[in-house]
Design a protein around this ligand. Structure first.
Ligand code: ADP
Length: 429
């Protein structure tokens, strides 16, 4: 395998416990179906003989527990079969989680500890397969009738909404192999940058807010409390990244830490968990199928992700271009605003950084091509603690006429006039 092939129909027979690893070509989509046997894509079962169309550049594997024949139609960048996979160890983890969910469900809802299902956090370096493992665990749980909550803390390559955000959403059905995570009503907080070092305090603040909101929801909903959470973390695991990882583990009260492909991180977390009797740290093998993506690819993927938010995966959405007066919109920035120059401060005073200060931003050409979040805040002082309704993309600023043109998922008035700007930009292509 491994060679490019011309567009053609091809059948692949898979032995039990093996997988077909595919990278779709850069230009054309790939059609694929299950001819016989049974198979799944990242935990989601394929319906027999039903063609699925994968967009360009997607990387995935079709795995079979008992054997299958797969048919492909279209050009791939790569396709090969592998019979060495860590799938057995992954599905064993799921069996343990299933038992814990059952135990949580069977206990009295008044016992707030015992009725709490597993809270799993998947950690590891970038490209260790964290998102993929999260997805499998969620799909297997959904297939067993649970409605676990997916929490995505990865501001670089999140799978729920646009980059620069953290988000959570309940998973009620196995995740669609093509469409990914369903986008109905996720709970989203906007960070505004694609690396956590821009504003560590802000990152922690929104993680706290998200966790609190989920705690409130769980306290009212025994079913989702028992199903628990699967949390995907950032691939940033050194220095500040490690500090933020520990912060997330504590904040979400993680009970299971799955460490993918890094011995050092495993032993560090194992040492931390020594003082935490209710936390299990489990080392799991990274799949040989995980594809490494370089910084440039990741940057591009962020752009595609923003495009997908507005236009849909297959251009199936029609965003709306709107025009507003400058005075209709109130744009705010969190932290990082212009600091008072040293000369303006009393002698001896340091210009203190105030990473959580919310400051109004003048509308000018600097906002061009920026992606802004629409906050649910009703007052500026609620911006920091509020989740966001969605995003807009600034396509034109007319200084003379004081008009701003922006792309929004739909026509009509925005749910709020409070907008948050960070450093998230996009060049529409
Ligand atoms: P991480 O979240 O750790 O950065 P991902 O789970 O996103 O890593 O995996 C990186 C890429 O590899 C993704 O495009 C994913 O679809 C792909 N991938 C993961 N596992 C496999 C596999 N077994 N076969 C083929 N591609 C895979």
């Amino acid at each position: 395998g491994g060679s490019s092939s011309a567009s053609s129909v091809k059948q692949v027979k898979l032995e039990r416990e093996s997988e077909l690893r595919i990278e779709v070509g850069n230009e054309t989509p790939l059609k694929l179906r299950l001819l016989n046997g049974s198979a799944e894509i990242f935990g989601s079962e394929l319906a027999p003989e039903t063609w699925l169309t994968f967009p360009p550049r997607v990387k995935f594997a079709v795995f079979t527990w008992y054997g299958a024949t797969i048919e492909m139609d279209g050009a791939t960048e790569t396709d090969y079969t592998a019979d060495e996979t860590p799938m057995i160890s992954y599905v064993n983890v799921n069996a343990v989680l299933d038992a814990r969910r059952k135990r949580a469900k069977a206990s009295s809802p008044n016992d707030s500890e015992a009725s709490k299902g597993p809270r799993v956090i998947v950690v590891g370096p970038t490209d260790s397969g964290k998102s993929t493992l999260s997805r499998m665990l969620l799909s297997w749980a959904a297939k067993q009738g649970w409605k676990p909550t997916f929490v995505d803390l990865d501001i670089g390559q999140g799978s729920i909404t646009v980059p620069g955000s953290i988000a959570a959403t309940p998973i009620e059905l196995p995740i669609d192999p093509v469409e990914g995570i369903p986008l109905e009503m996720p709970l989203v907080y906007f960070y505004g940058h694609t690396t956590p070092s821009n504003n560590v305090d802000l990152y922690k603040t929104i993680v706290n807010e998200l966790a609190q909101m989920l705690e409130t929801q769980f306290s009212r909903n025994a079913e989702s409390r028992a199903a628990g959470m699967v949390i995907n973390s950032m691939g940033w695991i050194e220095g500040t990244g490690y500090e933020l990882l520990l912060h997330a583990i504590d904040t979400f009260k993680a009970s299971v830490i799955l460490v993918l492909g890094q011995e050092k991180l495993f032993s560090m977390l194992k040492a931390v968990a020594k003082n935490k009797p209710n936390v299990d740290v489990v080392k799991l093998q990274k799949s040989g199928g995980v594809v490494s993506r370089n910084a440039k690819f990741r940057q591009k993927a962020r752009g595609y992700r923003i495009r997908e938010y507005f236009y849909g995966l297959t251009n199936d959405l029609s965003p709306h271009s709107n025009i507003a007066n400058f005075s209709d919109l109130l744009v705010y920035r969190i932290g990082g605003g212009p600091q008072a120059p040293r000369s303006a401060l009393p002698i001896g005073a340091d210009p203190v950084a105030s990473p959580l200060r919310v400051t109004p931003v003048n509308i000018d050409r600097d906002l061009l091509h920026m992606v802004l979040a629409v906050s649910y805040a009703k007052e500026p002082d609620q911006i920091l603690s509020s989740n966001v309704a969605g995003f807009i993309y600034i396509t034109d600023i007319d200084i003379q006429r004081k008009k701003i043109t922006y792309l929004a998922p739909s026509a009509g008035e925005l749910p709020s006039k409070y907008l948050i700007v960070g450093t998230l930009t996009w060049l529409e292509t």
